[in-house]
Design a protein around this ligand. Structure first.
Ligand code: BYC
Length: 467
């Protein structure tokens, strides 16, 4: 592990002069992007952050005060697995590839660029949130997520520079050129152009959108292209914290809402909280845009990735048939304006199979939030909307469905839309709650404090020292 090189790494960068030069040339561009598009207003402050010091799953994190622009962004790959073999698709059983197989260059580039694009996008989406943080603890968590997304960008840029030659270098530059939400140069995937205006958006995003990240990274960790597998395996250890921020963040809002429902007659908005209906609408929104990130239900791209051994399923080893040449997957698809069950060849159903694992995982999180409602003896429950609800990508795009998954008319949709998704009034209300709370040990009224702080520290700890 070369921790104190200009670019910390465990890929022996000092022995690869060409790659080292390419990355050192990209570094100032990354820094300019970070200063322009990274967290606004806190770049000179000392933040209590964890940094990678080893890729060992048990001991990689080191906590200390760091100014974000000085964060040790680096290239860290999980240790190689000896004699690793391709675990699925047409090349099943062959040794994994240490370099890119020529025939799959285009496909791999596309996967790496799509993954890479999401990382800076999320930092751009979240750049204003620091100004309205509910507590120093939350502020620090936001910045931890942001610097790690920056490091995930480095992970993909390493692959582009290290394995793709000139077009890889061009793609790495382009990753710093596109901008979230900019109609002239948008980020590639839908959810990453949606504004994250407030902390409820942020918690929902880290709960639902980062969880797509988990499943996509798990599918890429199966890859026969070994450097992609190793880099995504290490990224997954960081991703876990992001989902923790989301799940516990929403959980703390639910807790506070439940408390307010039990107090003073239960009108949550009157008491400056987020009512359950509004929480449900934000949940509906972020869950459905995140479902879109899995791509079309029936996808020949997904079939090609699988056949080539580039992108597998979540925990491929749990499946019995790793070639997936036989068998079908039943899907309710729309034919002549009606839902009809179609048997889709398994390889073409890979996006949907991954989405299934994701939906189950999300539902477990929602049930944990419901336990809090139960604890406060509140009868109402939160739930995931049906996966057909409010989709912009895939088989259900352009057709209207209610949260139970029933097909409805455009007229019905327009009549009920504001009951199901945040209306402009809801957004204004949530925005009105967003005031910065930066006193030690204090927290905004609309969210409960966490049961414990970061790395054994108390909630009252000075997680951000303003310079
Ligand atoms: N928005 O066959 P289809 C993360 C396009 S998140 C816009 O259905 P495919 C993170 C698609 O490109 C994880 N366009 O889809 C989280 C294609 O375009 P063309 C990111 C979309 O290719 C939080 C067309 O529709 N990682 O890490 O099977 C913070 C039809 O394609 C969308 C990855 O995504 C969309 N949502 O699947 C920070 C992994 N969906 O060819 C980070 C790499 C589809 O018609 N990416 N399209 O021009 C992939 O594996 C695949 O590209 C996708 C799409 C799963 C995204």
């Amino acid at each position: 592990m070369n921790l104190y090189d200009t670019i910390p790494n465990n890929v022996n960068l000092s022995e690869d002069e060409r790659l080292k030069r390419a990355l050192e040339k990209w570094l100032p561009d990354f820094r300019s992007w970070w200063m322009e598009m990274g967290p606004e207003g806190f770049q000179a402050d000392d933040i209590y952050l964890r940094t990678a010091i080893s890729v060992d799953p048990k001991g990689w994190a080191h906590f200390d005060y760091v100014k974000m622009p000085e964060y040790r962004w680096g290239i860290f790959l999980a240790e190689p697995v000896a004699d690793r073999k391709i675990g699925f698709g047409d090349h099943m059983g062959q040794p994994v590839w240490p370099e890119i197989p020529g025939e799959y260059r285009g496909m791999l580039r596309r996967l790496v660029v799509t993954q890479g694009d999401t990382e800076p996008a999320s930092v751009e989406q979240q750049r204003m949130l620091g100004k309205t943080c509910p507590s120093l603890y939350d502020l620090r968590n936001l910045f931890q997520v942001n610097v790690e997304e920056g490091r995930h960008l480095w992970a993909m840029v390493y692959l582009l520079h290290g394995f793709f030659g000139r077009d890889g270098r061009e793609e790495a530059e382009a990753l710093l050129q596109r901008r979230s939400g900019n109609p002239d140069k948008p980020r590639i995937l839908g959810a990453f152009n949606e504004p994250i205006q407030n902390w409820l958006d942020f918690y929902m995003f880290t709960m639902f959108t980062d969880r797509d990240g988990k499943y996509q990274l798990l599918a890429l960790a199966e890859s026969g292209f070994d450097p992609l597998s190793r880099t995504t395996r290490f990224m997954l250890t960081e991703e876990a914290h992001h989902m923790f921020v989301g799940e516990t963040g929403v959980g703390r809002v639910v807790e506070r809402t439940a408390q307010l429902m039990r107090e003073n007659g239960g009108d949550v908005r009157k008491q400056g909280g987020v009512d359950l209906e509004t929480l449900q609408k934000y949940l509906n929104f972020w869950f459905s845009v995140s479902l879109d990130l899995f791509g079309g239900e029936k996808s020949s791209n997904a079939a090609d990735y699988f056949a080539a051994g580039l992108k597998g399923r979540h925990r491929e080893e749990d499946f019995e048939d790793h070639r997936a040449l036989e068998g079908t997957y039943p899907m309710d698809l729309i034919e002549n304006g009606k839902l009809v069950t179609e048997q889709v060849p398994l390889r073409n159903a890979m996006n949907e199979i991954l989405r299934d694992s994701y939906v189950e995982d999300c539902d477990r999180g929602v049930q944990r939030w419901n336990k809090t409602l139960e604890k406060y003896e509140i009868g109402a429950r939160l739930s995931l909307p049906h996966r057909r609800f409010s989709r912009a990508i895939g088989a259900y795009a352009g057709v209207r469905f209610d949260p139970q998954g029933r097909m409805i008319s455009e007229e019905d949709w327009n009549r009920h839309r504001d009951e199901w998704l945040p209306s402009s009034v809801d957004r204004e209300y949530v925005q009105s709650l967003m005031h910065p709370v930066t006193e030690l040990g204090k927290i905004a009224n609309w969210v409960a404090p966490p049961p414990r702080g970061v790395n054994g520290q108390a909630f009252e700890f000075e997680y951000v020292r303003q310079g």
